[in-house]
Write a protein that binds this ligand. Structure first.
Ligand code: KDG
Length: 341
């Protein structure tokens, strides 16, 4: 960053929590290095979480396991980093679940629009049988990945460079970048927009050059990735809640001594709890900051939000089979949706 302070630098980053627990030891003196790539910047909640993961692993392994963080999609977008894990050239990443649905179709459940009413519902589903079952399935599927936990990307909000959006009609023909995910494409098509899938690594340039008019991401990403510099308007849609999934290359996992495997599991749990807390706080502060930066933020009334919701509901039926039973019904039950038949 240059001499000018960025808006995100004005955010408060409390010190990382202390690490507790005994040192973890193994039979030999071998050291290990984990490269951990992420898409978001150093000002994101994602980065703060990974920083705590690093601190936890390095302290409890007494420096024997080192973690180097590569933020800001410098190693590529989510899909590129996941392939790097599979081929063994990168050890860890924490992508959004959305670009992974081609690999694990059931992850589409988290792309259902307006699924979680609040953080509490999201936490219960991710930390309960549903979330834990999906982690196990991905780890057992032999696709080169060990799925270690869930942290949070968060509720997604629409931004655009064309004007106020407070009804689906305002989206007509608008070019919107989505994650590389068929449900997201369906959602925006159903709402009347003209969506294009794209890696996060290309998004800022696409907004800057006007290849797309809009995008959707949580407030902290809109701030920390400086989308507010190239987008004039935002709408508090909260249309999808996206989890981050903590992944390790299984080639690397198999080389780790068992005590370090357990340490990595514990660190992922610790990161989850800390990261969610920080992320929620950052999102609140970021929204405030964005309006101070001059972004025009539109709040939706219950009725206005319902107009978006009603229009996209057919997506639930379309993806019911792909998500499959009993997962679909279990998630409907956990979130109180009346979609079972
Ligand atoms: O590492 C995470 C990011 O690359 C990405 O998932 C952020 O939500 C995101 C997006 O819109 O691509």
């Amino acid at each position: 960053a240059g001499a000018m302070a960025t808006a995100a630098q004005a955010l408060e980053f409390p010190p990382l929590p202390e690490v507790t627990g005994d040192k973890v030891t193994t039979d030999d003196d071998k050291t290990y290095t984990i490269k951990f790539g992420i898409g978001l910047t150093e000002e994101s909640g994602q980065y703060r979480g990974v920083q705590y993961f690093k601190k936890y692993v390095e302290e409890r392994s007494d420096g024997k396991v080192k973690v180097n963080i590569f933020p800001n999609a410098q190693l590529g977008g989510d899909l590129k980093m996941v392939s790097a894990l599979q081929s063994g050239t990168l050890e860890m990443t924490s992508p959004s679940t959305s670009p992974l649905v081609n690999m694990e179709p059931k992850l589409a459940v988290f792309d259902l629009p307006f699924l979680f009413d609040d953080y509490d519902q999201a936490d219960k589903v991710l930390d309960g049988d549903i979330g834990q079952g999906l982690l196990k399935k991905i780890s057992d599927d032999n696709n080169g990945l060990v799925a270690l936990g869930w942290s949070e990307n968060g509720y997604r909000e629409l931004t655009d460079s064309t004007g106020v959006v407070d009804s689906p009609d305002d989206l007509s023909g608008m070019k919107i970048r989505t994650m590389q995910n068929p449900i997201h494409l369906d959602i925006w098509r159903t709402l009347g927009a003209n969506p294009t899938p794209m890696s996060f690594a290309e998004l800022f340039t696409a907004l800057d050059q006007g290849t797309v008019d809009g995008q959707e991401n949580p407030w902290i990403t809109i701030l920390s990735s400086r989308f507010y510099e190239v987008q004039s308007h935002a709408t508090a849609t909260d249309h999808v809640y996206t989890p981050f999934i903590t992944l390790m290359s299984s080639r690397y996992w198999e080389r780790l001594p068992q005590p370090y495997q357990q340490l990595i599991r514990d660190a992922s749990e610790e990161m989850k709890t800390y990261q969610r807390k920080v992320n929620r706080q950052l999102n609140r502060e970021a929204k405030q900051q964005l309006s101070e930066e001059g972004m025009e933020i539109t709040e939706l009334s219950d009725e206005q939000r319902d107009a978006f919701r009603q229009k996209v509901l057919p997506v639930y039926e379309e993806y019911r089979d792909q998500i499959g039973q009993p997962l679909f019904d279990n998630v409907m039950k956990a979130t109180g949706h009346q979609m079972t038949q």
